[in-house]
Design a protein around this ligand. Structure first.
Ligand SMILES: Cc1cc2nc3c(=O)[nH]c(=O)nc-3n(C[C@H](O)[C@H](O)[C@H](O)COP(=O)(O)OP(=O)(O)OC[C@H]3O[C@@H](n4cnc5c(N)ncnc54)[C@H](O)[C@@H]3O)c2cc1C
Length: 316
């Protein structure tokens, strides 16, 4: 056996000696083929889970970022990405102007961002932002606070802007900065292609928008992020909101009577008697927030009858 192997090796050595050039070419070609096959397989299975893609690899019909939802988060994100030079699509299921339940209060850090975007100036010019120079609250446990922010800080700590105006102005501002705002585009799903490193975002009508990065800005407990498995928290709250006309603030919630609309609202939404009647004449307040989760967390609902009485039927 050993003698036979020796014979084979001898023959091979002789062949290599006599055909040096051919052997070198064959070995080179085999190595090149193996390397090419390896590179091709690497390229096929490349998972773009991290790290930037080289400039120039984005197909012409794709975006650097596809943002789902043109609420404040999505539109602000779109604005700054566009300002930084990115190619951005913002997909919004509604058409602006569209309303949203909210307390409509914009705090100082948000005001600064809106100023930087030029949105605040626009809101003021259109008489859509109203600064809260003074105001306050009484909490369910009786803690009260009356602020005089303008007097103390030199400026109002927050301002009130209706969401129907605020959201539209932010979204349109993002579009002016270069973002491709697609309204009436209700996203139904998104898939990621590992080979190309692209997200395909699909609408309920079958349209597809492709992008390198996907931003789920479709509201709290994002449905899309939930569907994709990134968000696992279940929605927990419901809310309501009401606008109260100035001059109708003489509400006596602790007494048997009160403003009919507000009492009715309070009964329906919270089944409790809110103690939110801090007021000076002609100061309007947002009372329309009832997040059940918070009430449950604070053990307000149904547990502390001594502090929270049920609204008597006759006052509703
Ligand atoms: C009762 C209440 C009161 C509040 N009060 C205040 C307050 O006073 N001040 C404050 O700063 N914050 C307040 N908030 C919080 C504030 O509303 C949220 O933080 C804010 O709306 C979050 O913005 P967003 O852009 O993430 O989501 P959203 O404002 O919810 O915007 C999401 C957008 O995505 C769109 N969208 C949803 N699904 C799809 C889909 N499938 N395809 C395409 N588009 C889709 C929606 O139409 C919407 O335009 C309040 C919230 C509640 C509930």
């Amino acid at each position: 056996m050993a003698a036979k192997l020796e014979q084979v090796l001898e023959k091979a050595e002789k062949y290599v000696q006599e055909n040096k050039k051919t052997v070198a070419i064959a070995a080179g070609a085999t190595t090149a083929a193996l390397l090419a096959a390896y590179a091709w397989r690497r390229a096929q299975s490349a998972v773009p889970s991290s790290g930037p893609y080289p400039v120039g690899t984005l197909p012409a019909d794709a975006y650097d970022a596809v943002i789902v939802g043109a609420g404040p988060s999505g539109s602000v994100c779109a604005y700054y990405l566009s300002r930084g030079g990115a190619k951005v699509a913002v997909l919004e299921k509604e058409t602006f102007p569209r309303d949203k339940y909210c307390g409509d209060a914009v705090c100082t850090p948000a005001i600064r961002i809106l100023e930087d975007m030029g949105v605040m100036q626009e809101l003021i010019a259109n008489n859509e932002a109203h600064f809260a120079d003074a105001g306050g609250f009484v909490s369910p446990c009786g803690t009260s606070y009356i602020g005089v922010s303008k007097q103390k800080l030199g400026e109002a700590a927050c301002c009130a802007v209706k969401r129907i105006n605020l959201d539209m102005r932010i979204a349109k501002n993002a579009a002016r900065a270069g973002a491709d705002l697609k309204e009436k585009f209700e996203v139904s799903g998104a898939t990621f292609d590992k080979a190309t490193g692209l997200w395909s975002v699909t609408s309920t009508t079958g349209e597809v928008v492709k992008g390198r990065t996907l931003v789920c800005a479709d509201g709290a407990t994002s449905r899309l992020a939930t569907k994709l498995g990134y968000c696992t928290e279940a929605p927990k709250g419901v809310c309501t909101r009401a606008f109260i006309e100035g001059g109708t603030h003489n509400t006596n919630f602790d007494g048997r009577k009160g403003d009919t609309m507000m009492a009715k609202w309070a009964e329906i939404m919270t089944n409790m008697q809110p103690k939110t009647y801090f007021l000076r004449p002609h100061v309007a307040i947002p009372l329309g927030i009832a997040v059940v989760r918070e009430f449950i967390n604070q053990k307000v609902l149904g547990t502390t009858k001594d502090r929270y009485q049920m609204l008597p039927k006759e006052s509703a």
